[in-house]
Design a protein around this ligand. Structure first.
Ligand code: SAH
Length: 223
């Protein structure tokens, strides 16, 4: 695992981040706090050094366990839909590279994040920004189960393609809370949904663009 003191954030990286933020604005991201978070977090720290020069291209890249770090546009899009306020309790399903997790923490959320791949979870104790963001807790488990003992949450973010709305997660959402979920629409595409829990417990459903995520799978891996 890479250590913060061994990593460098050069003017070149910063320049590329400026360009990435411009690209995200052109693609329709308007939330200044989200753009600032993307601007301030060195995405190349969350990738293998082989990706150093291309880390600020607006694309997903492979990480361990055949998973991916989400495309910056997708990270910005989902985060913008969540409308995070400082101090809110946010549950993230799919820790992956910890990049999206860091964006949520930078917005001041108290982040609870679950990963089902053991190899990815085992990287979390060496999280680079432990000191800067003590507001993150990492869990190894099945995101379909959520974290009942820590519920309810103000916001729930699913970063993998969900075959259905996970019932237990819906139960763990506060009244007026929001869940952002890419729900399977076909074998290769998901519809981004924002579900708000109304006072009477029913759902307000808003549909946005189509995306392509790695699948949300049941259970957790043994190694
Ligand atoms: N937010 C991550 C996205 C990683 S891709 C990032 O930007 O780096 C989606 C992640 O969800 C993968 O790491 C995958 O292993 C994880 N995942 C899939 N199904 C899951 C489940 N049921 N519970 C927890 N994590 C899950």
């Amino acid at each position: 695992m890479r250590k913060l003191e061994d990593l460098v954030d050069t003017y070149l990286h910063k320049g590329l981040r400026n360009k990435l933020v411009d690209t995200l604005k052109e693609k329709g991201i308007t939330d200044i706090q989200v753009l600032e978070a993307i601007h301030s977090i060195p995405r190349h720290y969350f990738l293998d050094s082989a990706f150093d020069k291309i880390a600020y291209e607006d694309r997903a890249f492979p990480i361990a366990s055949e998973q991916t770090i989400s495309q910056p546009y997708t990270v910005a899009y989902q985060t913008q839909l969540l409308q995070i306020k400082k101090g809110e309790k946010v549950l993230e399903i799919g820790t992956g590279s910890m990049y999206q997790t860091t964006v949520l923490a930078a917005l001041g959320a108290k982040v609870y994040t679950i990963e089902r791949q053991k190899q990815l979870f085992e990287q979390t104790p060496t999280y680079l920004y432990k000191n800067q963001y003590p507001n993150i807790e990492f869990f190894f488990g099945d995101g379909f189960e959520g974290l009942p003992l820590l519920a309810p949450f103000d916001k729930i973010l699913i970063t993998a393609a969900a075959p259905k709305i996970p019932e237990k997660l819906w139960e763990q959402l506060k009244v007026s809370g929001k869940m952002v979920i890419p729900l399977d629409e076909s074998e290769t595409a998901q519809r981004m949904l924002r579900l708000t829990k109304k006072k009477d417990g029913t759902v307000k459903r808003e549909a946005f663009d189509a995306f392509s995520f790695v699948p949300m799978l049941e259970g957790k891996t043994q190694k």
